[in-house]
Design a protein. Structure first.
Length: 244
């Protein structure tokens, strides 16, 4: 605080001091004044430093041998989806056989988009499609934010889909970081579609299950079946993505 520390340490006197003689009184008063100034300066430093360093406590260096907590950026980097599985490798054969018996499949893939479509022909038409989008740190500095934006765009488009008649469109909990489910009818085909779109960190995937409207079962029953099958497949896709 502008005052220099004395070059020699100050030794505290513990024996009772003798009364000063009149000739030494002015010199003693001067020494006492200096000591008081040093004490005040020390108190000011003590009071000011904690207040200035309160916001910097987390930035203190970790003592040697003490485990450090990873920085948020490092933690996020460890948790992102690094790559997409094979297009038709996210759903087990047993699930496919139960959902779309006797299906043929088509697939396509690149590093950021994969699609797999299972379909069966005949009177009992069924169709299952799995589509996954990935945003990687190599392609964007904000992979999770970009995935969030894509998910939001899909949610907005579902509210304005002129080729479909929407019966149910709502948020859905329990799959990924966020998800919604959509039950709709194709205006140009005698089919209904149950769809689940979900985001897991920097990846967004959509599972669509469709079947014909001919045969038994009302709309409520078809909605329960279609959304149930789409959700079951979506959980398998989520499990697969968590390993990449």
């Amino acid at each position: 605080m502008g005052l220099q520390r004395p070059s020699e340490p100050f030794h505290r006197v513990y024996s009772a001091p003798e009364p000063p003689s009149p000739a030494r009184r002015p010199k003693l008063l001067k020494l006492l004044a200096v000591a008081a100034a040093l004490a005040v300066a020390g108190a000011v430093v003590f009071l000011v430093m904690p207040g200035q360093g309160a916001d910097k406590a987390a930035a203190r260096p970790t003592p040697a041998g003490t485990p450090e907590t990873p920085a948020p950026s490092a933690t996020s980097a460890q948790r992102i989806v690094r790559a997409l599985p094979a297009p038709c490798g996210t759903v087990s054969e047993g699930t496919v056989d139960r959902t779309v018996p006797g299906a043929t499949r088509r697939e396509s893939a690149n590093s950021t988009l994969t699609t797999c479509t299972y379909s069966s022909k005949g009177p009992a038409f069924r169709w299952l499609r799995v589509e996954a989008h990935l945003y990687t740190p190599g392609n964007t500095p904000t992979p999770v934010k970009d995935a969030e934006n894509y998910y939001d765009a899909q949610w907005a488009q579902a509210h304005d889909a002129p080729l479909f008649r929407t019966y149910t469109l709502e948020r859905h909990r329990g799959i990924g970081d966020e998800a919604y489910r959509w039950f709709k009818a194709d205006e140009g085909q005698p089919t209904v579609v149950g769809e689940v779109t979900a985001r897991i960190r920097n990846a967004v995937f959509t599972v669509s299950y469709s079947e014909g409207t001919s045969g038994e079962g009302g709309r409520d029953e078809r909605e329960r079946v279609c959304l149930g099958k789409a959700a079951a497949v979506a959980r398998e896709v989520l499990t697969a993505l968590n390993h990449f």
